[in-house]
Write a protein that binds this ligand. Structure first.
Ligand code: HEC
Length: 149
């Protein structure tokens, strides 16, 4: 392995390690940051769908990658000590029916995985895929996210 590759790998490990530490020490901030990323990416693709921005397969792919990452991390970001604080909008029901909450995260992950190729393939594909992804977001929010205080 060349020096450059070793340095790059080391940087990846540092980045992964830091993310894990933040998630453990501050799960509320970690899940809020993921959701903010979800929303920013949704805005990017909706602009493309409306013709307000050019179709960009790389940006679509990045959005799907970030959503997939969220789906995978979300179930682990609701420890018992994170029910309140930091104006969290997490509904207390999450801790009552956690298995159903986790299933909704998994369903979201499945929809994201199944529609990624179609979405990054063309604008028509993106237009077909995004409503399905949006439904999976709403399907979780309607039960597990409190309205804005
Ligand atoms: C499996 C459940 C689930 C899925 C799927 C999900 N969310 Fe969320 N979302 C939540 C929860 C719970 C909160 C509240 C988190 C908190 O405040 O601690 C939230 C909060 C948010 C917020 C508010 C953030 C804030 O700071 O108030 C936005 C915006 C958001 N989600 C967007 C999205 C988008 C866009 C998607 C789909 C691409 C999505 N979410 C998918 C559960 C989910």
């Amino acid at each position: 392995m060349g020096r450059t590759a070793r340095v790059a790998l080391a940087a990846v490990f540092v980045a992964l390690g830091t993310g894990a530490v933040i998630a453990q020490s501050d799960p509320i901030a970690a899940r809020m940051a993921l959701m903010k990323g979800n929303n920013d990416n949704a805005n990017v693709v909706v602009q493309m769908m409306k013709g307000q921005a050019p179709f960009d397969a790389a940006k679509v792919d990045a959005a799907f990658a970030q959503w997939a990452d969220t789906a995978q991390k979300l179930p682990g970001l609701f420890p018992d000590n994170s029910k309140t604080g930091q104006k969290t909008r997490a509904a207390s029901k999450i801790w009552v029916t956690k298995a159903d909450f986790d299933a909704k995260a998994a369903e979201f992950g499945k929809v994201v995985a199944e529609n990624r190729d179609k979405a990054r393939g063309s604008l028509d594909g993106l237009r077909a895929a995004i409503p399905l992804v949006g439904n999976a977001c709403d399907n979780c929010h309607k039960e597990y996210r409190l309205s804005k205080q």
